[in-house]
Design a protein around this ligand. Structure first.
Ligand code: MTE
Length: 314
């Protein structure tokens, strides 16, 4: 388990992508061979946390899940607040000031709270998790996130009995986010989850990637990541998390309700009205891959949707 404060990181501490990959490979091999890591006793929480940091891809590792390069993760982005082209966020998101930053937790909770970003980092220990991200535009990446389960924060807020959904809001500041001057979407960007989806341990608030603080173009200082849903559910640069008793409207649903449903679970057999969702292109690869139901996380999340018609509830 590693804990860091965003502002504490020196450039000398930032892990180079190759070193990160090499270290991870070394520890994976060592762990598989039953190698003892000096100073750590296996079976202890400390060892579990340490190995988690460098452990093989989990959960639901696919044998050929290779990490997408840091360059691609940070230069092929969707962040419409900075433009609609994939290269715009890397060029312009630097203008977003991510400190000071506040995240409000409010609505149907016993303990509403406003976190400063440093509070958030201090309150919730961060860990590294490798997830596949499948975009609705039929491309995908494998990203080594750093973050913590949203459930920890929600449990601390203590949802009231009538809380059923969670609504998330991105910062609204057209001066810092010039894309918000153009009505391509309803601003601020808004997303939502059912409370049980939000409480699922795979759902994380991400605060970093490749062992570094989150780059602005990837949603600094804190964003959501829900690995079994299309990427647009993973809202960036969050300032508000509100628990409510009704299904919220989301920015994409408001823009095109017949194209973007509330659930937006990755599903190869439910096509987008304008293109197939059966295959995807992993960024950095040529050949198409078959898209997997729930992006390959069905073992972990399919039970959330038992009895639901996924074609209707797309
Ligand atoms: N969050 C905000 N605030 N604004 C956006 O335009 N784009 C979404 C999502 N979160 C978006 C957002 C989409 S469409 C995708 S695919 C993912 O962010 C992309 O995340 P990435 O750029 O880190 O790969």
């Amino acid at each position: 388990m590693s804990i860091h404060k965003r502002d504490d990181i020196l450039s000398s501490e930032i892990t180079d992508e190759n070193i990160y990959l090499g270290r991870r490979e070394f520890f994976c091999k060592a762990a598989k061979l039953g190698f003892i890591v000096p100073g750590l006793k296996f079976g202890t929480a400390e060892a579990a946390g340490f190995l988690n940091l460098f452990s093989p891809i989990k959960p639901s590792a696919l044998p050929d899940d290779k990490l997408t390069s840091f360059q691609n993760i940070t230069h092929y982005n969707n962040f419409y607040e900075f433009g609609t082209s994939k290269s715009d966020p890397a060029k312009y998101a630097g203008m977003l000031k991510t400190s000071p930053w506040e995240v409000k937790v409010e609505g149907l909770v016993r303990y509403p709270r406003t976190y400063s970003i440093d509070d958030l980092f201090k309150t919730y220990p961060q860990e590294d998790r490798i997830y596949r991200l499948r975009c609705v535009e039929a491309w995908s990446m494998v990203i080594p996130w750093r973050g913590f389960s949203l459930a920890h924060l929600l449990k601390k807020a203590d949802p009231l009995g009538n809380a059923r959904f969670v609504e998330f809001w991105t910062l609204h500041d057209p001066q810092q986010m010039p894309g918000q001057n153009i009505p391509v979407l309803e601003w601020p960007y808004r997303e939502g989850l059912r409370l049980d989806e939000a409480m699922h341990p795979l759902t994380i608030l991400a605060t970093g990637l490749y062992g570094k603080s989150l780059p602005n173009q990837d949603g600094a200082p804190v964003r959501l990541v829900i690995p079994w849903k299309y990427g647009f559910k993973s809202i960036k640069s969050i300032v508000k998390i509100r628990l409510i008793d009704h299904m919220p409207r989301t920015s994409w649903e408001l823009a095109a309700p017949n194209e973007y449903g509330f659930y937006s679970n990755v599903n190869p057999s439910v096509n987008h009205p304008r293109w197939s969702q059966a295959t995807e292109r992993r960024i950095g690869e040529w050949d198409l891959r078959k898209t997997l139901l729930f992006n390959g996380y069905a073992n972990e999340v399919a039970s959330l949707y038992t009895g639901m018609n996924l074609r209707k509830n797309f």
